[in-house]
Design a protein around this ligand. Structure first.
Ligand SMILES: Nc1ncnc2c1ncn2[C@@H]1O[C@H](COP(=O)(O)OP(=O)(O)O)[C@@H](O)[C@H]1O
Ligand SMILES: [Mg+2]
Length: 275
């Protein structure tokens, strides 16, 4: 009997031995059950109470080191507030990718109008967006994640200025900006911006080792078949992620170890797969 060599297609299509749902290990994954950030979410909700009377929430700044759940919390908050209030529009912008005022305007435009107009300049974007918000009584919440990455502080200041001072030209417009930062030294804003920005700071402390463990355990339960990894190994990975102060490393470790074990055709992850 001739044994046919496996093609790339065969390998990709093969049923795995380890992963029940690999998507839970991706960076885009938003956990359905989201623990340990109730305090931050409650605080964000508290500072959004004005939306029920048609006003924009307070500006907020989500602050904390890497992998403390800032992005996930912002996205959860957006989900929850949009569900509850149909007049609220949220725009999530990753400033690592969209680094200029023009790019940010064009992202907001795309979200509101579901179209991409390459020929508009910032000024045209601005007017169309503000007209639309005012006419339809829409509250805009702009989330600027990783906002220290805006190309330089001139762009940062201009962008914040445009959104936060829009009411000078459009008195009825309701906009709030939620900035997210992982850095200790947040890029300085101009005086004419900082006097109006004044965000409420929401802190994201490190997770405790126990919290890291239970977050990783939740991913294991969602992502692996039962019995794939022992409690001891989960504890081992948690401890390392905790010591490095980075939950994300723990999640990646689980995924890579799973990949290794699956590649070998094993049904269990061993310590050697963690290296
Ligand atoms: N409380 C939590 N429960 C479950 N997963 C979490 C929690 N906090 C963070 N994560 C996960 O850890 C990773 C990093 O979180 P993220 O929100 O991107 O952090 P940050 O934006 O602060 O760097 C993501 O994969 C996220 O799903
Ligand atoms: Mg983030």
């Amino acid at each position: 009997m001739r044994i046919r060599q496996k093609t790339i297609f065969d390998v990709i299509e093969e049923e795995g031995t380890i992963f029940k749902d690999k998507s839970v290990f991706t960076t885009e994954y938003i956990p359905e059950i989201y623990q340990y950030r109730d305090h931050q979410l409650d605080s964000m909700a508290f500072h959004s109470r004005k939306v029920k009377s048609g006003y924009a929430p307070y500006n907020m700044l989500l602050k904390g080191t890497n992998a403390t759940g800032k992005t996930t919390t912002l996205k959860k908050y957006f989900q929850l507030i949009k569900e509850a209030y149909s007049n609220v529009f949220t725009v999530y912008i990753n400033c690592k990718i969209h680094r200029t005022e023009y790019q940010i305007f064009s992202e907001v435009y795309k979200t509101l109008f579901h179209e991409d107009i390459a020929t508009l300049n910032t000024y045209n974007f601005y007017n169309r967006i503000m007209d639309y918000l005012t006419e339809n009584k829409i509250i805009l919440i702009l989330g600027l994640d990783e906002f220290d990455n805006i190309k330089n502080s001139i762009e940062l200041n201009r962008t914040l200025y445009d959104f936060l001072r829009a009411y000078e030209e459009y008195p009825d417009v309701q906009i709030s900006v939620i900035t997210v930062s992982s850095s200790k030294n947040i890029t300085a804003t101009d005086l004419n911006v900082s006097t109006i920005h004044l965000p409420i700071e929401i802190g994201f402390p490190f997770y405790t080792q126990q919290e890291v463990y239970s977050i990783l355990k939740q991913r294991v339960d969602l992502g692996f078949y039962p019995g794939v990894i022992s409690e001891d190994l989960i504890a081992y990975i948690s401890e390392r992620a905790y010591r490095l102060g980075n939950l994300r490393i723990g999640i990646k470790k689980l995924e890579h170890a799973g990949d290794r074990a699956e590649y070998k055709g094993h049904y269990k992850i061993e310590k050697a797969d963690l290296m």
